[in-house]
Design a protein around this ligand. Structure first.
Ligand code: SF4
Length: 483
């Protein structure tokens, strides 16, 4: 790598995801419903015309519509209000009470399910529409603690110049992560890594995990593959779901194979990562698979169910360098009487790997229940190296479901008709918005590299632990806190 006179590498380029407007599909519910009285609106329009002495006057009168968010900027103004843009500031209602009335949209409350809250769905819709960080501007009015990810507060006390500058372009905060690891000299009880596996570097710590084609359909799968290719990341999917574009999209596809189907096809040379479906009977792929595909990194799919930590430790001891952990779509442990959340599962397996001096030998990809940008850094500080997103990608494609949806293998919601190009752009916008928010949080923590965040629980406070260790000794147990 050569350097310029100013010391910057000549072939250096800053990672960038191209965003473009991809507005919501027509008829999507917004948070607010805008009711316009047609008669009052026409009366107001007529009076504006009567009051205008010139065309310039008329344009100025109509141009001073009381909404800076563009709700009334369609061709027919208030007669076709664009409700999805309404922020509920109530200015129009205050200035023209006879014309406009703003109400809560009843369809908004029905978005999501027991895990996905309406505001999370709408936030993803907005991020996917613009690629921008959502700005609330009205302060946070919600609770300060809750289950799962809401039990974690991140420590932002190190807002320091170098990393703040990184967000705005003068310095660089790296969001790159590695899949796989270099062989390391370790104790005699740990298997040597031979031959050394390749390392795949991704520019951001997010990959797609596609749900089965029979559940979500081909257009959604193709959109995810296209977005993964453009953003330089990967899409993990069943091998039967990617047969027809395996050759064309080999670098971004990670086919999931098992003992029955791994050998039944010719694998293209461009493929970088394969995934083995770990079962009780088959922990590792057959030796001939690894020799037939020597330049391929093997990832191992492990369901997060009771005792999965033993399986992960065993895999790491046997030489696995990349393990993808799957919780259900609500981020809960599979098949447990008292399921733990993804955050607890990650902390548990991370601690086990650290205790076995294995943590640096293996990359952990965590998925299931990642429903907001803040969940990415929270999952990483609990012990993941990167995350996979599943239902979030479908939400970005404006898929709505009613009732609980936990198991990706079960019939899921109907994905809407996806206009050409729109779906992939929505997913790229989502990746960009989430990466920008990750940069914000890394900057606020004073970190220049997302790899430094892995397992850094010192950067977080856990509400339950604080209550137990700090507040209960002082104030006693809160009523209704159980136990
Ligand atoms: S409430 Fe505010 S954001 Fe909504 S339409 Fe009226 S002026 Fe626009």
């Amino acid at each position: 790598m050569s350097a310029t006179a100013r010391g910057q590498p000549k072939d250096f380029h800053r990672y960038h995801i191209g965003t473009a407007e991809a507005p919501p599909l027509a008829g999507a519910p917004g948070r607010f419903s805008v009711k316009i009285s047609t008669v009052a609106f026409l009366r107001m329009a007529a009076s504006l015309v009567a009051d205008s002495r010139s065309l310039g006057d008329l344009a100025a009168n109509f141009g001073s519509r009381p909404c800076i968010y563009g709700v009334y900027d369609g061709t027919f103004g208030g007669l076709e209000a664009r409700e999805s843009l309404c922020r509920g500031c109530l200015r129009c209602m205050v200035e023209h009470p006879d014309v406009a009335r703003i109400e809560a949209d009843p369809r908004y409350k029905r978005l999501g399910d027991g895990y996905w809250r309406p505001e999370q769905v709408l936030t993803i819709w907005n991020e996917a529409a613009t690629g921008k960080i959502p700005v609330r501007g009205m302060g946070y009015g919600g609770p300060f603690k809750g289950p799962g990810f809401d039990n974690i507060w991140t420590d932002m006390s190190e807002i320091v110049r170098p990393t703040r500058d990184g967000i705005h372009g003068r310095e660089y905060i790296s969001t790159a992560v590695d899949l796989g690891s270099e062989p390391m000299p370790l104790g005699p009880e740990v298997a040597p890594l031979e031959p050394s596996e390749p390392i795949v570097t991704l520019p951001l710590p997010i990959v797609f995990r596609a749900l089965p084609r029979r559940v979500i359909g081909s257009p959604a799968l193709e959109a995810m593959a296209e977005a993964a290719g453009t953003a330089g990341t990967l899409i993990f999917l069943g091998v039967g779901d990617c047969d027809e574009w395996l050759g064309r999209r080999a670098p971004e596809l990670v086919p999931l194979v098992n003992g029955q189907n791994w050998s039944s096809r010719a694998w293209p040379s461009g493929i970088r990562v394969m995934e083995w479906d770990v079962t009780r009977e088959a922990l590792l792929p057959p030796l001939e698979a690894t020799y037939l595909l020597p330049k391929v990194l093997w990832s191992f799919r492990v369901r997060m169910e009771p005792g999965f930590e033993d399986r992960v430790v065993e895999l790491a001891r046997r030489g696995a360098t990349c393990i993808r952990l799957e919780a259900d779509l609500h981020g809960s442990e599979w098949g447990a009487a008292r399921p733990r959340h993804l955050t607890e599962l990650l902390r548990s397996v991370h601690r086990r790997l650290v205790a076995g001096a294995l943590r640096d030998r293996v990359t952990l990809i965590a998925g299931g229940g990642i429903a907001a940008a803040e969940h990415v850094p929270k999952a990483i500080l609990c012990g993941a190296d990167l995350v996979s997103i599943d239902a979030a990608a479908l939400v970005a494609l404006q898929t709505e479901w009613q009732g609980e949806w936990r198991d990706p293998g079960q019939d899921g919601p109907a994905v809407p008709r996806l206009p050409a190009g729109w779906a992939a752009q929505r997913l790229l916008n989502l990746l960009c918005a989430w990466r920008d928010q990750l940069l914000e949080i890394l900057g606020a923590m004073g970190l220049r590299d997302v790899r430094r965040l892995r397992g850094e629980v010192g950067r977080a406070m856990f509400a339950d632990e604080l209550e137990r260790e700090v507040f209960e000794p002082l104030f006693g147990r809160k009523r209704g806190s159980g136990g």
